[in-house]
Design a protein around this ligand. Structure first.
Ligand SMILES: [Zn+2]
Length: 312
């Protein structure tokens, strides 16, 4: 089985490149690979008082993962090209993880399209427009409605990102930002780590309407394992994860759902999951339910793999 996880915050939780391979947090490459072939989106993420401070921390994380890629080519591959993704998917090397780089917040580009281009060259392939702050590009769902959605600069960023081959990610975006992206984008966009609001009313989750917009664009939704996003009691288990997968599948089909577990970005995990090594448990449940094996493979990883392959 090929696994793809569209969101992980391990880069902000470690200080040395070597810690990527083995640590005692939610996610490390060795445990991810215990599931089988594994493609991981690594998030550049930081909190801070202003965008420059946030950018500096994100740049330090980028430097750390680029160093890991340079020093340990037998253990990690940063994927930039279609062929590199195909290689990772088709030739399983049990100690080598394929990774995409994503930035969780447009703070990393400040107010500069040239920075977006530079970061694309460095390896950035997914841009989550915001974290929990409004920024120069858009409003966050946890922000103060600074621009009423996407700013004028934000519209240019969406256009430039699509031209370069960077996927736009609307997890954390305000509802108005979401609808602006749905209107201005011409390529598939994703919600890398968000669930269904009709099951759990958290504002970080997607309405049915939003799920349909993403599917219509050809994008994919990554299921987040944060207990607060899984059910309204905050005490979640494996059955809650399945409920969100089932809801998206029944609404738009199994082609638009995958995983964006948010390992090391969330404080607690659902009962039954103690880290990335347990992702197989979710797949085992799906296989016991009435899903075709092909659909389960798509959910486990191939929906996101196909999307990334088409974007490049
Ligand atoms: Zn997040």
């Amino acid at each position: 089985m090929i696994f793809f996880d569209a969101h992980c915050d391990i880069l902000s939780a470690i200080t040395k490149p070597e810690e990527l391979f083995s640590n005692n947090k939610h996610w490390d490459a060795d445990r991810a690979l215990s599931n089988g072939t594994f493609i991981q989106v690594l998030s550049l993420f930081a909190e801070g008082r202003n965008w420059r401070e946030i950018k500096d921390k994100m740049e330090a994380q980028l430097a750390r993962v680029l160093l890991a890629d340079k020093n340990y080519p037998e253990r990690i591959k940063i994927i930039r090209e279609k062929d590199e993704l195909s290689n990772c998917v088709n030739s399983f090397e049990p100690h080598k993880i394929g990774c995409f780089i994503e930035a969780e917040g447009a703070e990393i580009i400040g107010e500069s399209l040239a920075e977006l281009e530079r970061l694309y060259e460095a390896g950035l392939r997914i841009l989550t427009l915001s974290w929990n702050y409004d920024n120069a590009v858009c409003d966050s769902v946890a922000g103060n409605n600074r621009h009423n959605g996407l700013s004028a600069f934000g519209r240019q960023v969406v256009e430039k990102a699509e031209e370069l081959g960077i996927i736009i990610d609307v997890s954390h975006a305000s509802d108005k930002t979401f609808s602006d992206v749905a209107q201005v984008s011409h390529k598939p966009f994703i919600a890398s780590h968000s669930n269904c609001r009709s099951i759990c009313s958290h504002r970080r989750n997607l309405t049915d309407e939003q799920i349909k917009w993403i599917a219509k664009s050809g994008g994919v939704i990554g299921i987040n394992l944060c207990p607060d996003f899984l059910n309204n009691s905050g005490n979640a288990g494996l059955a809650d994860i399945i409920s969100h997968i089932e809801h998206i599948s029944s609404l738009v089909g199994t082609a638009y759902v995958g995983f964006g577990c948010d390992f090391d970005g969330i404080d607690s995990l659902p009962a039954g999951i103690s880290g990335v090594q347990d992702m197989g448990k979710i797949i085992d449940i799906l296989l016991r339910l009435n899903y075709k094996e092909e659909d389960v493979k798509n959910i486990a990883g191939l929906n996101f793999v196909r999307l990334l392959q088409d974007m490049q």
